[in-house]
Design a protein around this ligand. Sequence first.
Ligand code: SF4
Length: 438
Amino acid sequence: MQFHDHDGSHYLTYPARLDAGDGAAALTQALSERPPGSPLALHVRLPFCRQACRFCASQRVPSSDNRQAEPYLTRLDREMVLVSRLLGRLPTVQRLHWGGGAPAFLSLDQMGDLFDRLDARFGLSEDRGRDFSIEIDPREANVFTLRHLQALGFNRLSLGVQELDLRVQKAINRIQPRVLTESLVDEAERLGFHSLNLDLIVGLPLQTPRGFGETLDQVIAMTPARITLRRYAHLPERNRPQREILTEDLPDAATRLAILEAARERLDDAGYVHIGLGQFARPDDSLAQALGEGRLARDLQGYTHYPPGDQLGLGVAALSRVGDTLTRNALSLADYEAALDASRLPAGVGHRLDAVERLHRDAIEALACRRELDLTALSQAHGLDAGAALAGALERLAPFCQAGLLERHGECLRVTPDGLWGLTHLLAAFDPEASPVS
Ligand code: SF4
C-alpha cells in the first residue's frame, strides 16, 4: 500500500512540463499542417472568480464585478480571429468546453455574446450529439444560469463541490451549502443535461475519513453520472492562496489513506466504475461504456468517449494540442493581452514531440485508457524498439510491480485494481519531469 494514494492530480499532457519553445510559431505550423476539414475541439479558459479558495492552484484572475471581464472577452475574440485565419475549412465544432476560474462569473449576456462569437468564428454544431460542457461554481449559478446555458446549447455540466463538511469549507474559505449543489443538480437533471459531474477534493485541511465519508454519501445520493476525486497538493511556495492553510490542519498520509479507503468502499458499493485518475462513472455513463468497449480516450480536460483529436485552447494559460504539437498560452494576463494587442498569437511556449516522445505519449495513453501496455504492439506501431526506448521508464516501474500496482506478463504490462488508485505514479514513470505528490 506504499503507493496507494489518490491520484486525481490530472496527468493530462506529455510532457507534463512545458516551459520553453516558441509557442506562437509552433502553433502556427501545427495549424497549417492540419488535414483540411479535420475536426477541432475548443476549450475556452475564463479565469475570473470572486473569492480565493485556499486550495486553489489555478491561474485565476480575482475580480468582484463581471464588467471587469469585458477587456478579456475582447481579447478572446481577437484570439479567435487570429486563429481562425490560420485554419482551413473546418467542420462545425462538435466539442466545446468552458473552464475556469469560474465561467459562471460572467453575466448571462456576456455568456451569450461569447457563445455567438465562437459560433461566428468557428461554427458551432447544433447536433444532438454535440458535447458542449462547462465547469460551474455553484456559488455563481442558479436555475436561470442553467436554463440560459441550456438555451445556448450546453449539454454537460461539471459542478465544483470539493467538500460538504462545514469545518473544512471554512478552512478552505469556500462556504457552499449542500442545498445549493442539490438544487442545481435537480435542475440540471430536469433540463436534460447529461453526464453531470461532481468534483470533490481529498486531502483538504481538517478533512477526516468520517467527514469525507458523509460528504461522499450525500454526493452519491444525488446520483451524478460522474464523480471526480481530485487530490489536494500543498505547494504554498507556488500557489499563493495555499499559504493561508495551516500545515498542521492538513491530514497526514495515514489519514489520507483512510479517507481513500472509505471513498473506495462507498463508490464500489454504489456501483460506480473506476475509470482512472480519480474519475468515477455510473455504469450507464458514456465513459464507463467506452472503457468496457475499449474506446476510452483522453483529451486536455480528462477522459472522454470521443476519439482523441486536435484541441485548441483559447484564453490565458490555455493549452492546445494539435497533431504532435503542444502549446500553452501566456500564463499572465498582462502577457496574454500584450500579445493580442500586438496581433500575435498568445501561445507563449510550445513543443513538437519527436519519434521517441510520441512513443512515450502512446505508452502513457495505453496505460491510462486501456490499463494495458503491449510493448510488442507499441514497437510495431512506432517502428522503434519500445523496450529499449522505454528502458528508463520500465526500470522506474519495477517497484510498482513489486507493490502490486502493475503486473508484467512477458511484453505486456497490466494495471491492477490497486494500481488504478496510483495511476499518476505509473504514468509519471514515463515522464520524470512530472512529480506526483505522494
Ligand atoms: S477553485 Fe475556482 S472559484 Fe476557487 S479560487 Fe480557484 S478558480 Fe476561483
